[in-house]
Design a protein around this ligand. Structure first.
Ligand SMILES: [Zn+2]
Length: 360
């Protein structure tokens, strides 16, 4: 546990769901944890005991799934175990996806088809995901991403070649997206739950991590399904990509997490990575402090001499980065530099080699 985590309350202690099995976190809400083959090695999935009305006006009992995991044989096998052992003989009646990243949307097409269940998602993320299964999309790699990072000072030929060749990354994890969806929008309210636990869940959009991330808050239950917007242990990836090069992604992210500040202090937060916790306000402040410190370090470096985003990697990341991590790290580095640029604290100029350099 790091120092920041010590200030949070992990309400279930060290309890973790076993593969294919769930842990109940609140009445009618089960927690699943599925393995990921990345540095970030797992994703959390929530099963909400729920009911809907079918086209004949009959009530249908079942489960709403929040997020799905990537489409690989292991998570499919885990889901098969879940179907048998955790659904209490009931079907999945809706598939709700917080955002378009592969660990969240990858198996949505399979779950929706298997259970004849509708997909619920924000429009921006739905269409971005559909684009992603057809072609290399921004952020996942490809020549445009490599050129963009080169214009921000990345020179390592191996990293650049790997990034430019990673055109199939998204499709390998998200081979398909359902043909239809039901649109989730900020400020809407969705009735979810069953019996006494059926209450409105307010949808809260968030930006800077995904195009239009949707978190869900149930005021009557004191529960926030935070997705990737508020994570207890790691800071959410906030990146600038080649298709939106001027983006103030970090500004958007920090504004977005402030939307959770009016929520009660004892809200139970269900994050997509890490363990359920209380201490939402503390965590929001920790995230602000983290980025404030990083921004101060980047600004100090830009005062010493002009910096490219690649130069700033040394300031932001103490550890050595592999080619995969360099993609995320470059995106984060540009996000911090763009934040300073948009607030007039640094100026961006292109040098003789065409590389963007930021000076205070
Ligand atoms: Zn994500």
């Amino acid at each position: 546990m790091n120092d920041n985590e010590k200030a949070l309350d992990y309400v279930l202690g060290d309890t973790l769901p076993q593969p294919g099995r769930a842990v109940t976190v609140a009445p009618g809400i089960k927690w699943l944890r599925m393995a990921l083959p990345f540095a970030l090695d797992h994703v959390n999935i929530w099963l909400l005991r729920d009911e809907t009305v079918d086209s004949q006006g009959q009530r249908v009992q079942g489960w709403t799934v929040v997020d799905c995991c990537i489409d690989k044989p292991e998570p499919r096998a885990q889901w098969q175990t879940v179907f048998v052992r955790e659904l209490e003989g009931l079907p999945i009646i809706r598939v709700l996806v917080t955002h378009m990243h592969p660990d969240h949307v990858g198996l949505a097409h399979w779950l929706c088809a298997r259970w004849q269940a509708p997909l619920y998602m924000s429009a921006t993320d739905y269409y971005t995901a559909r684009l992603g299964v057809q072609q290399a999309i921004s952020g996942a790699g490809g020549q445009a991403a490599a050129d963009f990072f080169a214009s921000h000072g990345l020179t390592d030929p191996l990293a650049l070649r790997q990034i430019s060749q990673r055109t199939d990354y998204y499709r390998q994890l998200v081979p398909a997206v359902p043909d239809q969806f039901r649109r989730l929008m900020d400020g809407q309210s969705l009735a979810l739950g069953q019996g006494p636990n059926r209450t409105p869940w307010h949808l809260v959009s968030g930006f800077g991590h995904a195009p239009e991330h949707i978190a869900l808050h149930a005021p009557a239950r004191g529960i926030l399904i935070a997705g990737d917007m508020v994570l207890p242990r790691i800071s959410t990836n906030v990146s600038v990509y080649d298709n939106d090069p001027e983006s103030d992604a970090l500004g958007l992210f920090l504004e977005s997490i402030d939307k959770f500040k009016p929520l009660p202090a004892d809200t139970l937060v269900l994050p997509s990575h890490g363990k359920p916790f209380k201490g939402l306000h503390t965590r929001i402040e920790q995230l602000h402090a983290h980025h404030r410190d990083r921004l101060a370090e980047v600004l100090a470096a830009c005062r010493r001499q002009p910096q490219s985003a690649a130069d700033v990697l040394k300031v932001l990341f103490s550890r050595a980065l592999d080619a995969h991590q360099v993609t995320f790290a470059m995106g984060e580095s540009i996000a911090h530099l763009n934040w300073l640029m948009h607030r007039g604290q640094v100026r961006r100029q292109r040098d003789a080699e065409g590389v963007h350099r930021f000076s205070a």
